[in-house]
Design a protein around this ligand. Structure first.
Ligand code: F6P
Length: 546
């Protein structure tokens, strides 16, 4: 594998960028009535429109060539065949096996993982069924009504986001809660809202050592035992999802009630595994399988479609185009679908924990910019908050717009209004408003002379701000599965192009180590020393206030 900037096409892309950087999307659309048709693709119920990007046919040709020269097809084959491509952790990367609905054998260290994958799915199905049918009851015989998932990062964001996104498919008699933050306020609020006799806790942690999760889990356990007055109650109210059977046993959960997954499933890629247990409990097996099927369909597309028509590859290349050639450092996800309110948080972990890297696969400092700062939120709310910067600020921020054509809540004109806003924002970012248009508008309002000239510069919108629109007929488990797999593979392809390992996360370790050292100092068990003056001063401030 080579340094991306040494690839022959990298220099060609620089030259091409210089040639087209001043072209305006407004003019590209005006010159080519077929632009939308050429630069958009359908995938099942999903429409991906990337025509509002600062590209020409030649850009796409060169970017596709970049994918070839970076050996994207070869790396894709290595991913799907279970090779140890997470080299720093010496692990295969096989979230695709979890949704391998064709059941094709996939081998890790010479062993087919599919029988185990299917066995855990069956274990999850039986358990979810028992909860949903009221067969699994609490210690005092009450039916389970509240399900509290305790986990953080990948053991929280995926299941939380999917349960919210597919709420119309969920069991309305179940209330789903997700506790992640070690701030005692989080678990206290949730516990205050739950009846211990009818609450199930799912302790979700790949390692079963994560400080925040274990602290919340112990607090929940103490609360349950205190409220029900019996240690034995734990068996009916706690289950675990983990790769660490020993840790689960030590916590006091019977390993018969542990749902297993494997070290070849990365935390941020784990919602398809047993980490998806809250999803299956809430939606039922059938919908969970549909979610897997949607992702599998995207996997098959990614594995087999030619690069120029391959959706994850196209989105990845567009990202690289802006980051490395336009110098854009951020990317925004704008959801016009209230059910997807947690998608930006989920994508933030997926993208930033995967590609927030500066050392390449050969252990050398990278020579190009890698993963973007990913952020976002509900588009309609953002319009009245941060969109000002998107329209007239000094940063180029490529945007993803997501919206359902059909709403499951057809209340009055709400949905057409929502969609009109989404379409208008993408259009406004792209076309902008010229000086002549702004002038004409001001004149129409009766302004002239100095007053007009003074106001005019503020009324101009530069436009030429790119976006992808990801529209779907309606949100279904299949659509969501395909959408999430699309983003996962986009992140993978970008990692391949930048020659980085998208599947480790060493950058989260230092803070954990230092927090462990500071904790006894904060609690007064040891004098605070060895810190810089700032950290020392802050520790002393906290201690004095205790
Ligand atoms: O600290 C980062 C991280 O390891 C993430 O990668 C992971 O999703 C999260 O913590 C939770 O880890 P675990 O599932 O082991 O508790």
């Amino acid at each position: 594998m080579s340094v991306p900037s040494n690839l022959p096409v990298w220099q060609e892309l620089h030259a091409h960028h210089a040639a087209i950087a001043d072209l305006h999307l407004r003019d590209l659309f005006a010159a080519d009535p077929a632009r939308f048709a050429r630069f958009s693709r359908h995938f099942g119920d999903l429409l991906v429109d990337f025509s509002k990007h600062r590209i020409t046919d030649e850009t796409l040709r060169l970017l596709t060539e970049l994918a070839y020269q970076a050996q994207v097809p070869e790396w894709t084959a290595r991913l799907f065949s279970g090779e140890m491509i997470n080299h720093t952790e010496r692990r295969a990367v096989l979230h695709v096996a979890l949704r391998n609905r064709g059941n094709r054998s996939i081998f890790v260290n010479g062993e087919d993982v599919m029988p185990e994958v299917n066995a855990v799915l069956e274990h999850m199905r039986k358990f979810a069924d028992q909860i949903r049918r009221g067969k699994w009851r609490g210690h005092t015989g009450k039916r389970i009504r509240d399900v509290v998932n305790i986990g953080i990062g990948g053991s929280d964001l995926g299941p939380k986001m999917v349960c919210e996104a597919l709420e119309p498919y969920g069991d309305p008699t179940l209330r789903m809660h997700f506790v992640s933050n070690v701030d005692g306020a989080h678990i206290s609020h949730v516990l205050a809202d739950c009846d211990p006799e009818s609450t199930l806790f799912i302790i979700a942690s790949k390692t079963f050592t994560t400080q925040e999760t274990m602290t919340n889990a112990h607090t929940a356990r103490a609360w349950l035992v205190r409220e029900l007055g019996d240690e034995a109650a734990v068996a009916r109210h706690f289950v675990a999802v983990s790769t660490n059977a020993e840790g689960v046993r030590k916590f006091g959960i019977d390993t018969a009630n542990m749902f297993e997954f494997w070290d070849w499933v990365g935390g941020r890629y784990s919602l398809w595994s047993a980490i998806g247990l809250p999803i299956m409990v809430y939606l039922g097996m059938e919908h969970f399988i549909e979610l897997l099927e949607g992702a599998h369909a995207m996997d098959e597309h990614f594995r087999s479609a030619p690069l120029q028509d391959n959706l994850p590859v196209i989105l990845a290349l567009l990202g690289v185009w802006y980051i490395d050639f336009f110098g854009a450092s951020s990317q925004v996800t704008l959801v016009y679908d209230d059910y997807l309110r947690s998608l930006p948080d989920y994508l933030q972990q997926l993208d930033m924990e995967s590609n927030g890297k500066s050392i390449d696969r050969e252990g050398q400092a990278v020579s190009v910019k890698t993963g973007p700062i990913l952020w976002g939120g509900l588009g309609n709310n953002g319009q009245h908050a941060f969109y000002q910067l998107l329209h007239q600020g000094t940063h180029l921020v490529p945007a993803d717009f997501l919206a359902p054509a059909h709403s499951p809540n057809p209340v009055g004109d709400h949905h057409p209004i929502l969609l009109a806003n989404c379409l208008a924002q993408a259009e406004a970012l792209m076309v902008g408003k010229t000086e002549a248009q702004a002038r004409a508008e001001l004149e129409k309002q009766g302004l002239s002379g100095e007053a007009l000239e003074k106001l005019l510069p503020y009324k101009i919108f530069p436009g030429n701000r790119p976006s992808t629109s990801l529209f779907y007929r309606r949100m279904t488990p299949q659509v969501l599965g395909a959408l999430l797999a699309l983003y996962e593979h986009k992140v993978f392809v970008q990692g391949v192009i930048w020659n980085i390992n998208s599947f480790d996360q060493w950058g989260v370790e230092l803070g954990k180590q230092l927090a462990n050292a500071i904790l006894p100092e904060l609690k007064g068990e040891r004098p605070a020393d060895g810190h810089d003056a700032s950290t020392q001063g802050l520790i002393e401030f906290c201690r004095a206030a205790q």
